[in-house]
Design a protein around this ligand. Structure first.
Ligand code: SF4
Length: 207
């Protein structure tokens, strides 16, 4: 539990259920389940949704512990959010909660399969219902697809989507494995996303 975090019975019970979950292991999708659960507190108004824990998160036991976390923290800083906002005031979570292992070819991490996504999705839906955040950042193509449908990154990054009185900001994955950010045109889209995020920070009085 982070500094100043207030216990909330509903969230505490949910986190305990996530930590105890072995559904993907029992179904044969994972050799070992190691769920990452607590990613923030009730009252956090920004939720950040990634694909799945990577190896660093798996080892350290908290969300976005690896390079992606550093990338998002930098991006929030460029959008005018104060230092510490990422770890202290965002609710961090992911589509699935256990490290899926390395991809078969050894390049990057394995993407969680559709059955794993289905098994884990209820946890995310419960978090959304408990927190009801006005702003959700979607990190990477899988998180974007889970909320906005399947799109190429260049079709959505730089835009803001409003659904059911909630804003969604699609962003690329900052893992270092993806080459998407090597293209200057793509980096320009991220610059635009930062501008949009800055505007939302003001509009929602987050910064
Ligand atoms: S990925 Fe989700 S559903 Fe699968 S074992 Fe881990 S916590 Fe359970």
């Amino acid at each position: 539990m982070g500094t100043g975090e207030v216990p909330h019975p509903g969230l505490d019970v949910l986190h305990a259920r996530i930590l105890a979950c072995r559904a993907c292991h029992e179904a044969g999708y994972l050799e070992r389940a190691n769920p990452i659960s607590r990613g923030g507190r009730i009252g956090d108004r920004v939720m950040i949704v990634g694909q799945a824990p990577g190896p660093v998160t798996d080892r350290k036991g908290y969300h976005f512990a690896g390079p992606a976390g550093k990338g998002i923290e930098t991006l929030l800083g460029r959008a005018g959010f104060p230092p510490g906002f990422f770890r202290q005031r965002c609710y961090l979570t992911s589509l699935t909660r256990c490290f899926p292992g390395k991809a078969p070819g050894g390049h990057g991490d394995r993407r969680p399969s559709p059955p794993e996504l289905r098994l884990c999705r209820p946890f995310l839906d419960e978090e959304l219902a408990l927190l009801d955040p006005p702003l959700v950042l979607l990190i990477g193509q899988m998180a974007i697809a889970a909320f906005l449908g399947k799109h190429r990154l260049e079709e959505v990054v730089g835009n803001v989507f409003e659904r059911d009185a909630r804003f969604y900001v699609p962003l690329p994955h900052f893992s270092g494995v993806s080459r998407w950010l090597n293209d200057p045109a793509h980096r320009a889209l991220v610059d635009r996303a930062i501008e949009r995020l800055s505007g939302l920070g003001d509009r929602l009085r987050l910064t």
